[in-house]
Structure formats: structure tokens, C-alpha cells
Design a protein around this ligand. Structure first.
Ligand code: K7E
Ligand code: CUA
Length: 769
């Protein structure tokens, strides 16, 4: 222990004086290329993606985490993973699904009374203002259990989960309207609407099974979806697929495609052809066109819609009667439907066609205005003829799936599943410009801000369905493969393969990193899931334990605690067998990245308490015993000592004896420690001298560090006084303890100070006196 202290003190001095040794460069670039078998092309690709230490990415990508029910955040062009965000499933690192606050969010996602602990996430969507990404919110859907989640990009935390009031599966979400007025969510597999469980026979498929499209109302100020202000279009039982919202001239409209408009119901076990055959026999399926703007006005005026399950349902009859809903034939078994950045065209990729079809919004509008329809579907929905809607169709390759737009006008990229390639083409001229092989079987693809009115170009990411031989084998289940492609030139250039080890990320949304303004800390005592002050917020020095019992003799213990480097207050919690225990911890830190964790033996408790946050863990102490708890984030040199005990006493337990000391100290020990502390103070003083003699106030990061260091130094003063008081009384054990605590605070101060000094040196701070 003493040796370790000495080493730490020495290293503080050493790093202050700048004793650092760097490796000597032995290799030349040619040597490395030769040794690793790299070509010049490889080196060029590396230079385009390599991000030197401390460097930042130009774009951030939010990827679906597939079956994990999470979101993966990574940087472009470095392809470095930055975070997994817990969304539909518990995520222990973030305490998601372990603290009371986030358990309440996951509970919103219960389906028909059941906890669902996975999610099949497909499409993330970033919030928009005037059709452009605004960096405020992220939405993502769960296909299997039709749900939608809201993530606030202020802290990258999931705030809300809504369950679709009607559907039993969905796929066409999340897609936002240009001002995030609504978030679109369309069904996939038709089913009787929820609450209609008496109808289960597939014989009634045509009459009782339904598809649909929900427009979830989003309140941007509050950052929450408003189910009671949302509405759902009843759709025929065609398997609806993806959606996109209109923009510019098509603003106010939504587009949703579909497959299996054959309404085939399968039955392979009865000798009937399987779904895959029955669902692909017609030459075309239907693009569904809906007017959400007019619909919202009519619903608000009480002219259409019926309140069901706390939300509004618009029947097909009402939708048709009010010119809100049309169908247009589209290429066989389509997948992607994408509105061009200027909102004039809609591009649909038909999986079983080798063409993409480009629809013209002006033509579609004219057909609507003239009421020129080729016919009606069996549900009375008007069908606009292909010739009255189509601008052109372009042969792009076998199995086109999805489209993404470039910053250059008229340029679009389409993923080609069967041919494993990306096709770059011009949708104004109808010309293919370039094709690039992909490894393998690309699904979605994504360009920078490619869903908005102003795509940023530069990079494209291909989300491949199969990796096969691209990485070191890790068993029969392979990672996913995201491939980064440079699209800045005429020819696409493949730069990098990135394995994704977490579910199938169907889609990714990207944004210019400078648009994001994530927080460093919370206002002290924040419940991060409601964004409000927690009722359990605790201030330094106000920590307490309260026990109360109801008339039936059921007792609850509330612990109002705090965490700060490097202790948890309280350090001992005593309760009685059978008590419900609620531990509420507020992290008093203000310093960047000073998160504390909180885990306890055998209680399934694991919290992540970021600076300013208040988190709670509630459990029943049903077994007498000793339950150690500790901090799970390596927050400081004395992190391992950030610990305590929950003691669960049997009823009627009588304590014997007092606390014992494991070690006794003398005046000599105390004096020696004080000497060390005074030496350490010398180091701190010189660091402070360096900082204050420079223009540190011009660097907000350094100002924050200095504030934190000043806090720590204040605590050191306190401990120093306590030590002196006990020394006066000759209580060398307590004097020694507080002298040690004094030193601990000094170490933390020095740590902050050195970080500030390094920062100033690296950023060429100016000497001011
Ligand atoms: Cu896998 Cu958009 Cu759900 Cu296509 S989706 S490939
Ligand atoms: Cu706090 Cu480790």
C-alpha cells in the first residue's frame, strides 16, 4: 500500500515534469506495405478512413442493432463503434432495464401484458426540420412486436416506447415527415386488429384481416409521441412494406409499398404451394399513397375517424370518400420506396424485377385531380394506372432493393441483392453510370444524410446480408458486414469492411457530427428517462436512510445516497429481512466522463450514474445476509475502494459489540503521511501556477477541469482540518484516516490539474504573465 502511494506520487511528479518516452520509428511506409502485403490502393483507402488518435469523425451513423433490440452508433469514415444504445432490450452497462427509471420505459413496451425482452429493430430515422436532419431525436421500430421508440440525442437515451394499438407486426417504420410532425409505421403481416381476437380463421382473411399505416404524432418540444393525437389508416390485407414521406411538392403525402397483394394465405402442410409462390404470382403489387396532412385536419375537426384503443382509426371507406387514399401498381415484390430530395419523384425497387421504377408526382397529382382511375381494388380503393403515374423504368441489375441519394443532382444509388453490387444511376436521364461489386448480397445502403432534402454525398455504406469469407471465422454465425464506399468521384471506391457483431442491422441513418450537441452532464438530480428532477435527488451532506411501515407491517427503506470519487454515501445500509429496499443514488460529479456504477451481490442491481444523474434500484431484501456493493466504473485510483455493505438482519436481531479496527496507527505514521501530503501540495501548486499563467479561460474544457479540481481541493481542506482535530486529541487512528482522505483528494486534484495542463500544452495556450 505504502509503496503504491509512493509510486503514484512519483508518477504525478514525473508526468508533470514531462518524462515520457516515445517509440523510435524503425519502419518506413514501404517496409510496412511489404511486410503486410498492402498495395498503393490499400494505402489510399487507409488514408481516407484512418483517424489519428484524438481525431473525430465527420459523420455519425445510427445503425439498427437488429435482433438485439438496440442501436449501434459509429463514426464515418473511421467506422469506429462509439456506443450501443439500449432500446427495446435491457443493456447492463447503461443500467438500462436495471434502474427503476429505465424499467418504467421498458414497461411501456409490454405487449398484451407480457414483457418482451428482445426487439427486431429495422429502420432508424433522425428527426427533421424543413426536411433536413436537425440532430435532436432518433426513432426506431420493432418489426416483431409493433413498437416504436424515441431516443433523445441530447443524452443518447431511450425516453419512450409506444405499442401500436392495432397491428400485430410492422415493417414500414420509422420514417418521419419533413418537420417530424408524424412518424410513419406501417404493418407487414396482415392480421385482425388487436381486440378482435375472436376472428382467428384464415378463411376470413379477405374480410377480417387488415394492414394499416399509423401516423404517430410527435411533440418536438416535449420530445414525446402523443398516442391520442395519432391516427391510423385502415389498409387492405396486402403485406405493406417500407414507407417514405413526401417533401417539397409532395409534402403532406406518404408512400407505402406492399407485397403479396395476391392475399395468399399459404398452407404448405396441406399440400398448398408455400407463401413464397403464392405471394409472387402477380406481375405487380400496390404503392399506397396517403394524404396525412388533410387527414390530420379532418380528424382534428372531428369529421373522420373513430377513437379505438386510445388512438384514432380512419376506415378505408372514410379515406376513399375524402380523397385520402390511392393505389398505384408497382414492380413485383418491391422493397424500397424513396422520395427524391426535391420531392418530385418516387423511386421503387422491385426485388423480383430487374428495374427500378421512377414515378412522377406531378402526373400522379393530375390523375387524382382528374379522378382518372383504371379501376378499384376489392375494397373500393381507386387505382391509378401505371401509365398515368410512371416517368420511366431503368434496368439496374437483378434484385434491386433500396435507393439512396447523392449530393449531386439526379444521382441515386440502388442496392442490388442478387447480383451483389451497388448501381449508381441518373434518375433524370435514366442512365446507369457505375457498378461496384459488394460482399455479399447487399440489403440497405446509406449515403450521408441521404434521406433528407440535402444529401451530403461523400460516403456510402453498404449493409450486406452475408459476410461469408470476409473476416476471421468465429463459428457458424457470422458477423454482419458494413462496407464503406467513397462516392466523391465518378467511380465508386470500396474503402473498408466493418464487422458488426450484434444482430442484423437492416438500416442506418447518418448525420453530420457537428449537428449533434450531446450533454456532458445532467442538471444535478435528474431522472434521465423523464428529463425532470428526480424526487429522490440528494445533495452532498443530506444523505439519509428512511424506513417506514404501513398498517399491515410492510416496511420500505428509502436510501437517499450520493456518489463522488471515490466513495458511495452511505457505506453501510442496515435493513430487516422482508423490507423493500429502494436505493437512490445521485452522482455529485460535474467532471466530464466521471460516471459511477453501482452493483450489488445477488440482487440483480447494476446502475450507471452519469454526472448529475439520479438512479434508483428497488428490490425486496428477502434473505438475511451480507451483500457487498461497489462502483462498477473504474472512476479513479481508489475505485476498488468505492464500496459498502448492505446488511439484511433477521427479524429481532440484536447487535453485539462495536466496529473493530483492522490496523492501529501511531503519531509517527501520521506525521509521515502529513509530510507526503505537503510534498504533493507542492506539485499541485506548480501545476496551478502553470495553468493560471496561461490563457486557460479561453478553453471551456480546461475551465471545467479547473472547477472540478477546485472542488476536490476544497474537500482536501475539509479532510485536512478533520485530521488536525483528531491529531490534537491524540486519536491517531482517525487522524491517520483523515490524513489519507486529504491525500486522496489531493491526488484527484492533481489528476485534474495535469489533464488541464496537458490540454493547454496540446492546444498551444498562450502565456499571459
Ligand atoms: Cu431488412 Cu428495410 Cu427491414 Cu430491406 S429491410 S434489406
Ligand atoms: Cu466510482 Cu469506480
Amino acid at each position: 500500500m505504502k509503496l503504491m502511494k509512493k509510486m503514484m506520487a512519483t508518477s504525478i511528479v514525473a508526468s508533470f515534469l514531462g518524462f515520457t518516452a516515445g517509440p523510435v520509428m524503425a519502419d518506413s511506409l514501404q517496409d510496412v506495405m511489404k511486410a503486410r502485403g498492402l498495395t498503393e490502393k490499400d494505402i489510399l483507402a487507409a488514408a481516407k478512413t484512418y483517424t489519428p488518435t484524438g481525431g473525430r469523425d465527420e459523420f455519425l451513423a445510427f445503425s439498427s442493432g437488429g435482433q438485439s433490440g438496440q442501436v449501434i452508433v459509429y463514426g464515418i469514415p473511421s467506422m469506429r463503434i462509439l456506443k450501443y444504445i439500449g432500446v427495446f432490450t435491457p443493456e447492463p452497462w447503461q443500467g438500462y432495464g436495471f434502474d427503476d427509471e429505465s424499467k418504467a420505459v421498458l414497461a411501456q413496451g409490454r405487449i398484451e401484458g407480457k414483457d418482451i425482452v428482445y426487439g427486431d429493430t429495422h429502420h432508424p430515422a433522425l428527426s427533421e426540420t424543413d426536411g433536413d436532419s436537425d440532430g435532436k431525436f432518433l426513432f426506431i421500430n420493432d418489426k416483431a412486436n409493433p413498437r416504436l421508440a424515441v431516443i433523445d440525442l441530447h443524452d443518447f437515451e431511450t425516453k419512450q416506447i409506444v405499442v401500436n394499438p392495432f397491428f400485430r407486426s410492422e415493417h414500414g417504420g420509422a420514417f418521419v415527415t419533413p418537420n417530424t410532425e408524424y412518424v410513419m409505421e406501417a404493418t407487414q403481416y396482415a392480421a385482425p386488429y388487436k381486440g378482435n381476437s375472436s376472428v382467428v380463421s384464415l378463411n376470413k382473411f379477405n374480410d377480417e384481416f387488415r394492414g394499416g399505416l399509423t401516423y404517430w404524432k410527435f411533440d418536438k418540444e416535449e420530445g414525446r409521441i402523443k398516442p391520442d393525437a395519432s391516427f391510423t389508416f385502415e389498409f387492405p390485407p396486402y403485406s405493406q412494406d417500407l414507407s417514405d414521406a413526401g417533401k417539397g411538392p409532395s409534402y403532406g403525402w406518404g408512400f407505402t409499398n406492399s407485397f403479396c397483394s395476391e392475399r395468399y394465405v399459404g398452407g404448405i402442410e396441406k399440400g398448398r404451394p408455400p407463401y413464397e409462390a403464392g405471394c409472387s404470382s402477380k406481375d405487380t403489387d400496390f404503392l399506397h399513397v396517403t394524404n396525412w396532412k388533410k387527414a390530420s385536419e379532418l380528424v382534428a375537426a372531428g369529421k373522420i375517424g373513430k377513437k379505438v384503443n386510445g388512438s384514432t382509426l380512419i376506415s378505408m371507406k372514410e379515406a376513399v370518400a375524402n380523397d385520402l387514399f390511392y393505389l398505384i401498381p408497382e414492380p413485383k415484390s418491391p422493397h424500397g420506396v424513396d422520395v427524391t430530395p426535391d420531392g418530385t419523384k418516387i423511386i421503387v425497387a422491385g426485388k423480383l424485377d430487374s428495374h427500378t421504377w421512377v414515378y412522377d408526382w406531378a402526373k400522379i397529382q393530375k390523375a387524382m385531380a382528374d379522378k382518372k382511375f383504371e379501376s378499384k381494388d376489392p375494397y373500393g380503393v381507386p387505382i391509378i394506372a401505371i401509365n398515368d403515374a410512371l416517368d420511366k423504368s431503368v434496368a439496374v441489375g437483378l434484385g434491386p432493393l433500396h435507393n439512396q441519394f447523392d449530393s449531386k443532382k439526379c444521382i441515386v444509388y440502388t442496392s442490388i441483392y442478387v447480383d451483389s453490387m451497388i448501381t449508381k444511376w441518373d434518375y433524370c436521364e435514366g442512365k446507369v453510370l457505375d457498378q461496384l461489386p459488394i460482399h455479399y448480397n447487399v440489403g440497405h445502403l446509406m449515403t450521408m444524410e441521404g434521406d433528407t432534402v440535402s444529401p451530403q454525398g461523400k460516403y456510402l455504406v453498404a449493409l450486406n446480408k452475408l459476410a461469408i469469407d470476409r473476416f476471421n471465422p468465429v463459428g457458424p454465425l457470422h458477423p454482419q458486414n458494413h462496407q464503406l464506399i467513397d462516392i466523391s468521384g465518378d467511380k465508386m471506391q470500396l474503402l473498408y469492411d466493418m464487422p458488426i457483431p450484434l444482430g442484423e442491422p437492416h438500416y442506418v441513418a447518418s448525420i453530420r457530427a457537428s449537428k449533434l450537441k450531446p450533454a456532458i452532464r445532467y442538471k444535478s438530480g435528474t431522472n434521465s428517462r423523464t428529463d425532470k428532477r428526480s424526487k429522490w435527488k440528494t445533495r452532498a451532506g443530506r444523505e439519509k436512510i428512511e424506513r417506514s411501515c404501513d398498517d399491515a407491517g410492510k416496511c420500505t427503506v428509502h436510501v437517499y445516497g450520493t456518489t463522488i470519487r471515490s466513495h458511495i454515501t452511505p457505506e453501510t445500509i442496515e435493513v430487516t429481512e422482508g423490507d423493500t429496499v429502494s436505493i437512490h443514488l445521485t452522482n455529485l460529479e460535474r467532471a466530464e466522463d466521471e460516471t459511477h456504477g453501482f452493483a450489488m451481490y445477488a440482487q440483480n442491481v447494476q446502475l450507471s450514474i452519469e454526472p448529475g444523474k439520479t438512479s434508483s434500484a428497488t428490490f425486496v431484501a428477502d434473505k438475511p445476509g451480507v451483500y457487498p456493493y461497489y462502483c462498477t466504473e473504474f472512476c479513479s485510483a481508489l475505485h476498488l475502494e468505492m464500496q459498502g455493505y448492505l446488511l439484511v438482519r433477521p427479524k429481532g436481531f440484536k447487535e453485539e459489540g462495536g466496529l473493530v479496527e483492522g490496523q492501529t496507527y501511531t503519531k509517527e505514521d501520521y506525521d509521515k503521511q502529513v509530510k507526503t501530503n505537503i510534498k504533493t501540495q507542492g506539485v499541485i501548486d506548480s501545476v496551478v501556477g502553470f495553468i493560471t499563467s496561461h490563457n486557460y479561460k479561453d478553453f471551456p474544457e480546461v475551465v471545467a477541469l479547473v472547477e472540478d479540481a477546485t472542488d476536490q481541493l476544497g474537500f482536501a481542506e475539509d479532510a485536512k482540518k478533520k485530521a488536525a482535530d483528531f491529531a490534537e486529541k491524540g486519536d491517531w487512528n482517525k487522524a491517520m484516516g483523515w490524513a489519507n482522505q486529504w491525500w486522496q483528494y489531493q491526488v484527484k486534484t492533481a489528476d485534474m490539474g495535469l489533464r488541464a495542463k496537458t490540454y493547454l500544452e496540446e492546444h498551444n495556450a498562450k502565456k499571459i504573465k
